[in-house]
Design a protein. Structure first.
Length: 246
């Protein structure tokens, strides 16, 4: 079921009708990262450079090479900070377009089904913030676990797999049912949702590829939600939109 949902989402990612939406989110993410780069450089100039200049001024002439080393270290630190913020920045930008992605998946792949309902503006905003917070939290935990050999990768995939799977699946389910019912549906299918989250976490750990992860994850969870609700036990719990259409 998970691989079928992933296969369908991958096909969506390269479908012509998804390209405008995908390139819009990608373009906004890249613009945001460029702005973030300049902001980090400005912050470094304001906070770090005066300290470095004072330190270099107190060094003897033969140690002048330390100023070049300090500049290199500062540049590497900014690059690492940008890399850490890459996935969260992508998540928060894409979060504002998740309803558009879900609606297009439902329209193109399930034309015979009643469409889901877009989340209200405030709810959609809070969902975007939650995606941002989830990705930040997962990566901070993974960074902390780097100090514990043998558990860092396990921690990264376990934390991100659980959090990402939960957030993306509940988003897809909430288009058809109240939040409490969406949580119950996710809980009843916790193992499946967690494994789907692990796949998302694996893609999130790949540079460049992680730019497309929120788009792919939203599409995959829409497909997974459809596949789960099509099964016998879940079919009885008909989505809210289908109840209204009946």
């Amino acid at each position: 079921m998970i691989f079928e949902a992933a296969r369908r989402a991958l096909a969506d990612l390269f479908a012509p009708n998804f390209r405008p939406l995908f390139f819009k989110t990608l373009g906004l993410t890249i613009l945001g990262l460029i702005g973030l780069w300049f902001a980090l450089n400005g912050l470094a100039d304001w906070l770090a450079l005066p300290f470095v200049d004072d330190l270099v001024a107190q060094l003897p002439e033969w140690a002048g090479w330390l100023s070049a080393l300090a500049a290199i270290v500062l540049g590497v630190a900014i690059a690492l900070a940008l890399a850490l913020l890459l996935a969260p920045s992508t998540a928060i930008v894409a979060g504002f377009f998740l309803d558009d992605v879900a609606a297009e998946v439902e329209r193109s792949s399930y034309p015979g089904d009643a469409p889901g309902n877009a989340l209200p503006g405030w709810t959609a905003f809070m969902v975007s913030l939650r995606f941002f917070g989830v990705v930040i939290l997962g990566n901070l935990v993974a960074l902390a676990m780097l100090l514990v050999p043998g558990v860092n990768l396990i921690a990264f995939f376990a934390v991100n797999g659980y959090l990402l799977g939960r957030e993306f699946f509940e988003f897809a389910a909430m288009r058809f049912r109240p939040q409490a019912e969406a949580k119950m549906l996710r809980s009843r299918n916790g193992g499946t949702v967690f494994l789907a989250g692990l796949l998302i976490a694996a893609l999130l750990s790949v540079p460049i590829v992680n730019l497309a992860v929120p788009f792919f994850a939203a599409a995959m969870m829409v497909h997974l939600h459809k596949l789960i609700t099509a099964r016998g036990p879940e079919r009885a719990a008909r989505p809210e939109a289908l109840r209204r259409a009946a």
